[in-house]
Design a protein around this ligand. Structure first.
Ligand code: HAS
Ligand code: CU
Length: 561
């Protein structure tokens, strides 16, 4: 069987590239705009958070804001959940459609968009009316209004519908191309959301069977440890659901933008399959300090966390090689001479290069978090937000911004407005982010607590001072950087020159062709890998549920902010 498989390579220089019908392009761009709307609210709250660490209180200027925790919930939910998934709901289906040169299912596009909007409206209602100040981790026994939980369920359903759309498109393509290997871009885009689908099931159980009935008052009490465990069961993998679409771009699009090629088709597919296998059975690394979970299981999750570090290391070397190829093609010489020769003047590429550079520090801090004993030092301090702003707040957010610099023109048919403004946005945001993270991380090492309104704290350690100032300064620069991004996107949509937009997505050729036989072709059997992933999950989580269940309904709900 394997011997007959034909390779399918992208037609990167297609003179008449496949384009989606305008109705579908419109739906995809409105999906993106939902994310930008959320991000707009999110960045104002982000500014307020950063300044509060520096001792400056601007929260009182926010209309309808009643507490610090209401603002922090808005910030986390808008930026980390709505913005990220809105982007991916548009980006990944577009990648699959283009890779397979096929239309998407329009009813599913509508359904995915509709559930995303509906979910958003419910969440906005709950958060704005201060009925859901439970932070983006939704920890019980903090209790939110049912609209908050139901709203988030709709957002998750919208991601499932986006996945279904990709799977149906793939199925249609397979029927017409029997025996042809699925193109790399389609493979990695689909695997990203298959991983997320699997990862989202525990939080679906948490919300549907525990938090929603409890928020309606159908059951009086809930089980904080069990719901928290279900949360992190999904909650660690969710970070890779944010990251993998960025990796899709780094692997399959960035090489082209840099003038290089994808180093290896098989290695790239392997990386995404490794994420499918290892992203989920690692959630206890968020619960090292939680009672009620056996140390041995925490150890298993720690080892698997070091395992899931590995595909990111492969990515670092592999993407770097693609970039080096590009830099040398532009005349770069010597060990590092290729770096300045990369097309830094392209805002889409420069955003993503800066995203990668900050992710190196995000990765290092992640490894420190994952190490059980070091976690005791940093857990619940500002070190942790320092870490995750260098991952989701930069590697992911900056990549999504970089992609937007070609994707919004591609979807609207309008040329990018203000290339230099976009470049300034990239640099201001990155420099701000590095200052901010340096502040959070150093003060975190001195024990500065996260999720705390320091403006009102009756205690203050002088050792936090420098970190607090850096946090405030960096956060302000980040705000300015993103504000410029919005200016560029808004001006592109309204005033960008019509007809001068890119006609195709910037996708790359591979240096080493897709394999036609051997082990690598088995990487396409996504169903099989899902089963292996489930086995690993059962090993990592099974003992906990076996020893813990049935649920211990001990706590009533609290609304304290
Ligand atoms: Fe994390 C906490 C461990 C990655 C997000 N993480 C968080 C939280 C968030 C988050 C949001 O083990 C806080 C949750 C909360 O509110 O409590 N994290 C890790 C580890 C990794 C990791 C081991 N995290 C991420 C990613 C995130 C994210 C990705 C979002 C997208 N994290 C933890 C742990 C905690 C945690 C514990 C709990 C802490 C606690 O106590 O509460 C790894 O996956 C990281 C792997 C990354 C690398 C870097 C590879 C570098 C690349 C770039 C190459 C550069 C090039 C540049 C090519 C190995 C790929 C070349 C360019 C030129 C111009 C030359
Ligand atoms: Cu994690």
């Amino acid at each position: 069987m394997a011997e007959h498989i034909a390779a399918s390579t992208p037609v990167v220089a297609d003179p008449t590239p496949f384009t989606l019908p305008e109705t579908q392009r419109r739906l995809l761009r409105w999906t993106l705009y939902v994310g930008y709307a959320a991000l707009t609210a999110g960045i104002f709250h982000g500014l307020a958070q950063a300044l509060s660490y520096a001792g400056i209180n601007i929260l009182s200027f926010f209309p309808a804001l009643r507490s610090y925790y209401q603002g922090l919930t808005a910030h986390g939910v808008a930026n980390a959940i709505i913005f990220t998934f809105s982007f991916s709901n548009a980006f990944l289906p577009l990648m699959v459609a283009r890779a397979l040169s096929r239309r998407l299912d329009e009813r599913l596009l509508w359904a995915s968009f509709g559930t995303l909007v509906l979910g958003n409206l419910l969440v906005i209602y709950a958060v704005v009316t201060n009925k859901a100040s439970v932070l983006y981790t939704s920890y019980a026994p903090l209790q939110a209004h049912w609209t908050y939980y139901v709203g988030l369920v709709f957002v998750v359903i919208s991601t499932w519908l986006a996945l279904l759309n990709m799977l149906l498109t793939w199925r249609g393509w397979k029927r017409e191309n029997p025996g042809v290997r699925m193109p790399l871009l389609a493979h990695i885009s689909i695997v990203s959301y298959v991983m997320w689908f699997l990862a989202s099931l525990p939080i679906a159980v948490e919300f549907l069977f525990f938090l929603i009935p409890w928020s309606f008052g159908w059951v009086e009490r809930t089980d904080p440890l069990l719901t928290r465990t279900l949360f992190w069961f999904t909650g660690h993998a969710i970070v890779y659901a944010w990251l993998l679409p960025a990796y899709v771009s780094w692997y399959a699009l960035v090489p082209r933008q840099a003038g290089g090629k994808v180093v290896s088709d098989s290695l790239t597919r392997l990386v995404f399959i490794l994420f499918l296998l290892l992203s989920i059975p690692t959630g206890f690394h968020h619960q090292y300090t939680d009672p009620g979970i056996h140390e041995g299981l925490k150890f298993v999750h720690a080892i698997l966390t070091f395992g899931v570090f590995f595909p990111s290391l492969i990515t670092a070397f592999s993407v770097m090689a693609s970039l080096e190829m590009g830099g040398r093609a532009h005349g770069g010489r010597g060990l590092l001479g290729w770096i300045p020769k990369l097309p830094w003047g392209d805002p889409s590429l420069s955003a993503q290069l800066l995203a990668m550079i900050t992710f190196v520090f995000g990765g290092i801090t992640g490894l420190i978090n994952a190490s059980f004993t070091m976690n005791q030092v940093v857990h619940n301090t500002t070190w942790v937000p320092g870490h995750f702003h260098m991952t989701v707040g930069s590697a992911v957010a900056m990549t999504f911004m970089g992609v937007a610099y070609w994707m919004v023109p591609y979807l609207t048919g309008r040329k990018l407005w203000g290339r230099k403004v976009a470049l300034a946005s990239n640099w201001i945001y990155t420099i701000g982010l590095l200052i901010f993270a340096r502040g959070m991380i150093s003060a975190g090492l001195e024990g500065m607590p996260r999720r705390t309104f320091l403006v009102q704290a009756p205690y203050m350690d002088p050792d936090w001072l420098v970190g607090r100032i850096l946090t405030g300064v960096g956060g302000t620069l980040m705000f300015v950087g993103i504000a410029l991004f919005f200016v560029v996107i808004a001006m592109t949509v309204w005033k960008g020159k019509a007809g001068e937009a890119p006609k195709d997505i910037p996708w790359s050729e591979t240096l080493i062709e897709p394999a036609r036989n051997g082990w690598a072709t088995r990487l396409d059997r996504i169903g099989f890998w899902v089963i292996v992933a489930i086995i690993l999950i059962v090993i990592a989580y099974g003992p906990f549920f076996l020893s813990y269940l049935p649920p211990d309904y001990v706590s009533p709900g609290f609304r304290i902010f």
